[in-house]
Design a protein around this ligand. Sequence first.
Ligand code: GLN
Length: 481
Amino acid sequence: MAEEILKLSAVKLREEIQKGNITPTEVVETFAKRIDQVEEKVKAFVTLTVERAYEEAKNYDGKGKLAGIPIAVKDNILTYGVRTTCSSKMLENFVAPYDATVSEKLKKEGAILIGKTNMDEFAMGSSTEFSAFGATRNPWDLERVPGGSSGGSAAVVAALMSPISLGSDTGGSIRQPAAFCGVIGLKPTYGRVSRYGLVAFASSLDQIGPFGRYTEDVALLLEVISGHDPRDSTSAKKEVPAYTEEIRKPIKGLKAGIPKEIFELGLSGEVKEIFEKWVESLKAEGVEVETVELPMLKYAIPIYYIIATSEASSNLARYDGVRYGYRTPDYKDLQEMYTKTRDEGFGAEVKRRIMLGTFALSTGYYDAYYLKAKKIQRLLYEDFIKAFQKVDVILTPTTPTPAFRFGEKLQNPIDMYLSDIFTVSVNLATLPAVSVPIGLTKNNLPVGGQIIGRPWEESTILRVSRAWEEISNFSQWVPEL
Ligand code: GLN
């Protein structure tokens, strides 16, 4: 019975609760027990809120699209009254004084917060190894990283510790860990979801998005968190489609493009093989496949690391020991207080980004780096828009390789940055994209396929995800723990 509940989709779980076959308290109990069993191995949570979850389950009133459903939330999204650390020493004891808009929406729809998930510090990284509280492990192979920065949110879903979760994606932080952990992860169009209460990394690229094992759950969660928010001026005044209905439309006749550049940018043999097989399966379902060109794709990583670090250097200036979180205990004057606070509060990767960004924005370099990057970003966007005149979706592998081992990419930051080669371009071009499990390697490691859509066409990419889910039954691919 417990096993069955853990494996149900959130949508089905909600139906069972509504029918009276199971109570929300029993649901919380089932997931709490699972957490007790496997969290010690996976280490996906920074903070557990199980006690609170029981309280909420007790107060269940049946209202809302997620009534009685447990959810885990990345620890850079504010949750009123609960610690929000960004996996940084800087915010180790920071208790959120208000809810992010997405947290408010989850509450309104009756979702039950079960915990806050581990991440790379301030969402900078691709492995969760940069968490100040220790790395999360990949549930498929505990010797390997779960990806990042939303590694915790991907791992909890893969390890059946929560049916759904939220992450944030600036350059791949939802899709890359989803691929490494064998779950679905969706990065919405920029402006689809309010960023109010999301701790800022690179504000022009950050988006919150859902994780799940079933397309219907990802669609439902996206439906709940989307929409205009007067408190985030970059959120769009656009109607939110009924994604849960939209995903049922067939995919026959849909046109898919494969960028020819992906094969030139480094793709491991097995990932390439699995990707090609996936494309063949979609063809068999009536998807028409052709090659498209994205000539600017090869600049995506350098542009991203200039724009993202520039914005980060400015956003992280607020952690000065005065306004939030950590302050060094010993200092002789204000200047020393600032310097020591930042030196002690931030980890190495965050410092690296602040230095890179500060350099790129400094007088004399601004035109050569930041401005140039912004221009190429525009050209990259135009490449995509041009391709989308011919095709409805673009397909790539989510990552060039499956999950790597701990420490493998720590010595060389560029190596780590390259694991996002297929994802960062999507943020730079503001587009929606979803990563879905497309196969398992011989070593039993999941491989992800990325489906990129036109701006605001989350429905279309989810339709492909849903059709593929039906063919492959990937929702039942669960690691043994
Ligand atoms: N891995 C990328 C980085 O380190 C993306 C992070 C993210 O999307 N938050 O910046």
